[in-house]
Design a protein around this ligand. Structure first.
Ligand SMILES: Nc1ncnc2c1ncn2[C@@H]1O[C@H](COP(=O)(O)OP(=O)(O)OP(=O)(O)O)[C@@H](O)[C@H]1O
Ligand SMILES: [Mg+2]
Length: 273
């Protein structure tokens, strides 16, 4: 008898497990510890940002100790994960703001809970799900749809979530194809502990993703060949940027994993099955 995907794919993954991202330039595996951190992916169109977000979403969707909140202005980038998500926000700024306000409320509640117990962060044994928020892409909500006032509120709420969400167990993964100061102010960029620069057009835009001065030190995402999608410079808090190649899930693989994840999560997302 042929085994089904559900038979061969490991169940019961955890968001606290290292997330497999791919390999570095020496062929060594590269992993990401997402809980208590945030990740920003930047780079020009077609560089591989959504590929990375899908990979992280796959691990997240298969982890039964996290809830998923997805923002996808294009609908098609993360759309396959909709059934695994507690919220799936499409190109609708009103919906995006409502969901961010609600996340802010959950975060505030969790901080009050922690303060009562003289604690500083949510841990795996607290019985609270990690809530992973994934945004593809920031500029869509901060600069494209909605009024200036709504866009500003989006950025303010996102900044608060990225700044305070970590200890409350709400990591944020976000992508932007426009790594410019108006989309990602330095003060927001610096709150992301992980930054992944996919191919950029200039050393300056590479620096906007990774941080000032890295291009001059030889860590420049403008030297990534346009033909090598999925190559990125990954910077983790306090380290040096590491040149990586992100593992790629094609549409068929995503369809299979998403179906399996949706089955695992059936009845838990508050969405219709
Ligand atoms: N890690 C990878 N390995 C191999 N090919 C990849 C990888 N990531 C992306 N690609 C290829 O590059 C194409 C574009 O990638 P992706 O959609 O992730 O780019 P993007 O940075 O999100 O672009 P945009 O800014 O337009 O949304 C994919 O359709 C795929 O063919
Ligand atoms: Mg994309």
């Amino acid at each position: 008898m042929n085994s089904t995907f559900a038979d061969v794919y490991p169940v019961g993954m955890s968001i606290f497990d290292p997330i497999d991202l791919g390999i570095d330039e020496y062929g060594q595996p590269v992993t990401l510890d997402l809980v208590y951190r945030n990740l920003l992916a930047g780079g020009e169109p077609g560089g591989g940002k959504s590929g990375l977000l899908n990979l992280i979403t796959a691990h997240t969707a298969l982890s039964t100790d996290t809830r998923l909140v997805l923002f996808d202005g294009k609908l098609v980038e993360l759309g396959q994960w909709e059934d695994s998500a507690d919220e799936f926000v499409g190109p609708d700024i009103t919906h995006a703001l409502a969901v961010l306000r609600r996340l802010q409320q959950v975060m505030n509640n969790r901080y009050a809970w922690l303060r009562n117990r003289k604690r500083r962060k949510v841990t795996a044994g607290d019985g609270m799900d990690i809530i992973t928020a994934i945004i593809d892409e920031i500029a869509y909500y901060s600069a494209t749809v909605g009024t200036k006032q709504e866009q500003d509120e989006f950025v303010a709420l996102l900044r608060d979530l990225v700044a305070r969400g970590r200890a409350a167990g709400i990591p944020v993964v976000a992508a932007t194809q426009r790594p410019s100061f108006d989309i990602i102010p330095t003060s927001l960029r610096d709150l992301f502990g992980y930054r992944a620069a996919f191919r950029c057009t200039t050393p300056n835009s590479s620096n906007i993703v990774l941080g000032h001065g890295w291009a001059e030190q030889g860590h420049n995402a403008a030297d990534i060949p346009p033909t090598n999608q999925g190559e990125a410079l990954l910077l983790a808090e306090g380290g040096f940027p590491r040149r990586i190649k992100v593992a790629y899930l094609d549409d068929g693989q995503i369809t299979n994993i998403a179906a399996h994840a949706a089955r695992l999560r059936a009845g838990t997302t508050g969405r219709a099955a």
